[in-house]
Write a protein that binds this ligand. Structure first.
Ligand SMILES: NC(=O)c1ccc[n+]([C@@H]2O[C@H](COP(=O)([O-])OP(=O)(O)OC[C@H]3O[C@@H](n4cnc5c(N)ncnc54)[C@H](OP(=O)(O)O)[C@@H]3O)[C@@H](O)[C@H]2O)c1
Length: 333
């Protein structure tokens, strides 16, 4: 039976971009085979680009954005899922190509969904959201140096963009894994916050800019670089032999400049992280590790819950770099 619900709908008719909260029917949800009643979604940088003007990402209008959500299965045509199962969705082009999570309901392909682990819930899942998932994918890329590659024990891990969504979860998870986390930030007022998350040492982001030798003194066993751009030159030159540099982001720019020496003399590995397309198996693994690695009490003060209406007021702040902490969206608020 069809149900009425509300959602953020963006449209682009006659070159006029609009965003509104509209009432729709579940009959309007054409893709997918699992209908999910959404508890929470979250605001990511990509969502803000899409809410702003489609971000050259959305190709069909009208459209419901929102690249991640958590909720409860209402109807399923796939027996992998049954009514009332708790589920998490991140990526797979939902909110870009398929209707997304800024809505009370979404219908998605069952192959995109992960069952919410018993030790998490919908709220915790979206407190982490895509940022938290990405950070954990990076943390396990770091751990792979010891396990998968059977390398020496990891000790010193550099995390850039440390106060950001991905960076702050990475600081937390890596310190819980027992590593000494060196957090790089441009925000002097956030040093204490980063220490609380588990950072052992704080570095200013300016230290990584400017000329770099082909190889510099090896300082980092591994790195999570959420910033990319110019700083990556020095970071690669300062990574110790066999080190892994996990690269999920481009907050500092898309272009990188490096040389072959870190790779051929030190065997450094540059490991690109794409959380959206990571397999469901990998996502399941990471979500199941989350409660061991994330102390939610440490981040609760930096999380704000908003309604769909409030989302439309607050999203521009993320584009102007004026947002600290995470925004989670409660579509029924
Ligand atoms: N690959 C994936 O699957 C995936 C998933 C999610 C996000 N991402 C990407 O990962 C990056 C981080 O995402 P996020 O959600 O953590 O973003 P965010 O919350 O906006 O944080 C980015 C952080 O980077 C630092 N930063 C910003 N502009 C900078 C600049 N010009 N130069 C140097 N540092 C700068 C700031 O940290 P400090 O002030 O502490 O230095 C900022 O807090 C973004 O590029 C995002 O698009 C990728």
């Amino acid at each position: 039976m069809s149900k009425k619900f509300k959602a953020v709908v963006i449209d682009n008719q006659n070159e006029k971009f609009t965003r509104e909260i509209k009432q729709l029917s579940t009959d309007d949800l054409k893709d997918g085979n699992v209908l999910v009643k959404i508890d929470y979604s979250s605001l990511n940088f990509k969502d803000a680009l899409i809410l702003n003007n489609g971000g050259r990402i959305v190709r069909k209008y009208p459209f419901i954005p929102g690249i991640d959500f958590s909720g409860i299965v209402e109807e399923s045509e796939d027996n992998k899922f049954k009514k009332n199962d708790k589920v998490i969705l991140t990526g797979f082009r939902v909110g870009e190509m398929y209707f997304g999570g800024f809505s009370q309901y979404a219908k998605v392909n069952s192959d995109f969904l992960v069952k919410t682990p018993n030790d998490l819930d919908s709220l915790k899942a979206m407190k982490m959201g895509t940022a938290g998932l990405t950070a954990l994918l990076c943390a396990f890329a770091v751990k792979a140096k010891e396990e998968l590659l059977m390398g020496t024990k990891v000790k010193d891990v550099l995390v850039t963009g440390a106060t950001g969504g991905v960076g702050s979860f990475a600081v937390m998870a890596l310190s819980k894994m027992g590593y000494d986390v060196h957090a790089v930030t441009g925000k002097k007022e956030k040093h204490e916050y980063l220490k609380k998350l588990g950072a052992k040492n704080i570095l200013d982001r300016s230290q990584f800019l400017g000329e770099s030798k082909l190889l510099e003194k090896g300082l980092w066993d591994c790195v999570v670089d959420t910033v990319g751009g110019e700083g990556l030159t020095k970071i690669l030159a300062q990574t110790k032999p066999g080190g892994i540099v996990a690269l999920p982001g481009n907050a500092g720019g898309n272009k990188i400049s490096t040389n072959v020496m870190p790779f051929v003399i030190r065997g450094v590995k540059l490991w690109g992280i794409d959380s959206s397309g990571a397999s469901v198996k990998r996502k399941e693994f990471v979500w199941n590790e989350a409660s061991k690695l994330i102390d939610f009490s440490l981040i609760d003060n930096s999380i704000k819950e908003v309604s769909l209406k409030e989302l439309l007021e607050v999203f521009p702040k993320i584009l102007k770099g004026q947002l600290t902490g995470r925004i989670i969206v409660n579509p029924s608020k």
